[in-house]
Design a protein around this ligand. Sequence first.
Ligand code: GUN
Length: 303
Amino acid sequence: MSAKIISGTEVAAQIREELKKEVDALKEKNGVVPGLVTILVGKNPASVSYVTAKQKSAHELGFYSLQDDQPEDISEEALLALVDKYNKDPKIHGILVQLPLPRHINEKKVLNAIDPDKDVDCFHPVNVGRLMIGGSEAKFLPCTPAGIQELIVRSGYETSGAEVVVVGRSNIVGKPIANIMLQKGKGANSTVTIVHTGTKDLEAHCKRADILIVAAGVPGLVKPEWIKPGACVIDVGVNRVGEKISEKTGKPVPVLKGDVDFDAAKEIAGAITPVPGGVGPMTITMLMKNTVTSAKMHAGLPA
Ligand code: GUN
């Protein structure tokens, strides 16, 4: 039987609808308007398109949203001063510095300069620590891992006691999603294994997974025979494997492939995310959610 396709596009739209209601109520009852600034250094086309999408989403939700464009040659000192300005701005609850930054700027120094209570990306070491401690300590969850957890929960899979296998140990996806899924609480409480390039028998570990989360960045790495029948498969890979001409615009667009051999895997898995249209659309939505959480926290409201 063919797997249920978990549509990140649909789940993200549903969450944004919920957020819109929350934002409207916050404005009406508490006079609170969530504020988000996205800082873009230079004109990297991929970064421009990501930041534009984030601003569009913030605008649609009724946020106070600012796009701050800075020249490619801005000094590290000036960028740090800009971050500090937004740290002190009471109208701003979320600060996002789009990565990558130009080589002359120390990325870590800039990310560490963001007030952890406005770090809606959840990249600051304080927030990474809070995530590891879990519970009420974890004010924000990093956006892509938070989106993965939402997809699993909303697809109806039981996470408590489930064998979760995470393929990949990146700081942005692998390590945080493993941490999220092992926390004691709703939508987690799983038995978690992280496998990586140093793992001896990837296949054996993947085969045990009730929930398999793949964030390796290797197109088609996970073969159908690695999947336990009925498992929930979350494919985080977004690999550009070529170009095609878009039917809509007539312009070349990248061909994307996940880390899982989707066509074959969907005949074995119980549920699976497509690429594109799976995890991708969730990331920006969870950024919006973190910004609403931050606005509530800053207003002294329960988050
Ligand atoms: N560049 C690509 N993805 C991201 C992201 O999630 N956050 C930031 N700050 N930069 C990015």
